[in-house]
Ligand binder design. Structure first.
Ligand code: SF4
Length: 496
């Protein structure tokens, strides 16, 4: 039996069913300390709770002694966060629509369909300054406006839940912890752009997310929130789930659309953009999970509130999955503009054993490695790009001074080599050759000329690949060459 089952049994055994309720909630974010149990309204938090220890938390309510480690809700990991997207995560039962409604869920959708015109909704999202959280940071309002302007007819809304970066699990957590938030964001989007059908494309590796989404859709239909009469308004919006088979490239929007279409999940050249010709050739709005999770709060609290958070060009918050050689691992939601140092040293608690940070890798395989001397950089789209990295979907891997940066580059290149769809030559063969070059360097068989060749090939793959996967695959190579050339030099054969 798991922690919750053991606690349920302990409540029953102690005859406390009338007074104590054990509620299964989504992720609280502090993965390195999980499973976490909170006792409300007392405000106690226990961490790393095992099934064997769990009953003692119930016994403690009757004067006994709790065996698990007492956690700290005011820990810097939590106190430095600003929760918008994850405000309900770890607080409500994601399998009960009533709990979502009780915390104000679906009010934004009701307000949008009864108090706002579709154009006003688009204008509000545009004014908020929200940018796509899937990686590229494209202005969300502009995307919505493009689909909204297309002639009336069949249009679609797609939620891209094909999260695939190594070390990234933000979207999974949001889907598992607060699925109705995504449905609400999609329904508002559907109303705004004139779409009647939504699809959530979610990877098969996320079975809990899929089952919670399925339950949420059923509940929203039964309540008359989704279907032919959204809140009895005459507006039609339905949502179905499509399960992806785990190809990384299907996170690219044209590949994702091809996969739902029933074709092979490979990218195609753009234009036409999906906003003009997407699913089955119809105008299609495609946003990622975190982007859609921001929609309901923006409609509820207003664009001025949202745009007051963050920096001039990057508004709101961003969720990062903080992993690697760091004391506190897990999911953090922070305002844009916060420094990498605050995230890593204060919230993350630094590296155990007094070991120094060497670099932080952001943006997954498309991103790059930022060296420790740039830790005061504010986290926003432009600043990270200037350093040769990117926000990406929000992976943040901390590397310590014992880490080989050449091996890090090889790790990400191996990932891209395995995930290239093979449609275009520069990416199909370039990633394989770059991987081989990195292996040659690590085997101490390369010369300075090989490094030059690797740089040239990296630039060529970036410039000529068809989609974002190939265009960004060389980033980890180029950023480690830029900031850690001495590590490459140390592995080269001496010149004759
Ligand atoms: Fe496929 Fe790579 Fe070309 Fe993208 S860049 S279409 S992943 S081969």
């Amino acid at each position: 039996l798991g922690v919750k089952d053991q606690m349920d049994a302990a409540v029953k055994a102690a005859g406390l069913e009338e007074r104590v309720q054990v509620v299964g909630v989504g992720c609280m974010g502090f993965c390195g300390r999980g499973p976490i149990v909170e006792v409300e309204p007392v405000g106690l938090q226990y961490e790393r709770v095992t099934p064997e220890e769990a009953p003692s938390i119930i016994e403690a309510l009757n004067g006994g002694e709790a065996k698990p480690v007492l956690g700290d809700r005011h820990h810097p990991f939590f106190s430095g966060q600003l929760l918008i997207v994850r405000e309900n995560s770890g607080k409500i039962d994601p399998e009960k629509i009533g709990e979502y409604i009780a915390v104000g869920g679906y009010q934004a959708l009701h307000h949008a369909v009864y108090e706002m015109s579709p154009a006003e909704v688009v204008a509000e999202i545009t004014k908020s300054g929200l940018r796509g959280r899937g990686g590229a940071g494209y202005p969300t309002g502009l995307k919505w406006a493009t689909v909204a302007k297309m002639p009336p007819g069949q249009k679609y809304v797609i939620c891209n839940a094909d999260e695939g970066d190594p070390g990234a699990f933000m979207d999974r957590s949001v889907l598992e912890s607060d699925p109705h938030r995504i449905l609400e964001g999609m329904a508002i989007a559907g109303y705004a752009v004139g779409a009647t059908q939504g699809y959530i494309y979610v990877r098969a590796e996320y079975p809990l997310a899929i089952s919670r989404l399925q339950k949420a859709i059923q509940q929203a239909k039964r309540q008359g929130i989704l279907g032919s009469q959204v809140f009895g308004s005459g507006i039609d919006f339905r949502i179905d789930i499509r399960v992806g088979a785990g190809a990384f490239v299907c996170g690219e929007e044209t590949a994702l659309i091809a996969s739902i279409d029933g074709g092979r999940g490979t990218p195609r050249p753009r234009p036409p953009y999906p906003a003009v010709s997407g699913l089955w050739g119809e105008p299609t709005l495609i946003n990622n999970v975190e982007t859609l999770a921001n929609i309901a709060p923006i409609i509820k609290k207003g664009s001025d509130w949202f745009s007051s958070i963050g920096t001039e060009k990057s508004k709101g918050t961003k969720i990062f999955s903080l992993t690697g050689k760091i004391r506190n691992t897990g999911l953090i939601e922070v305002p844009m503009g916060i420094s990498l140092r605050t995230i890593i040293e204060d919230m993350g608690g630094g590296i155990p054993g007094g070991v120094k940070v060497k670099a932080v890798q952001t943006g997954g395989p498309s991103g790059g490695c930022i060296p420790a001397e740039h830790l005061d950089t504010p986290v926003d789209y432009e600043s990270l790009a200037q350093l040769g990295s990117m926000m990406g979907s929000g992976g943040m891997v901390v590397l310590d001074e014992d880490t080989s940066m050449v091996q890090v580059a090889q790790f990400y290149m191996e990932f891209c080599r395995g995930e290239t769809c093979g449609k275009c030559v520069p990416c199909r063969t370039g990633t394989v050759q770059l991987y081989q070059m990195l292996t040659k360097i690590l085997n101490k068989q390369a010369t300075t000329a090989d490094i030059e060749k690797m740089k040239l090939l990296s630039e060529m793959v970036k410039a000529t690949s068809l989609c974002g996967l190939g265009q960004t695959a060389p980033n980890p190579v180029l950023s480690t060459l830029r900031y850690f050339p001495e590590e490459y030099q140390a592995l080269l054969q001496p010149e004759e």
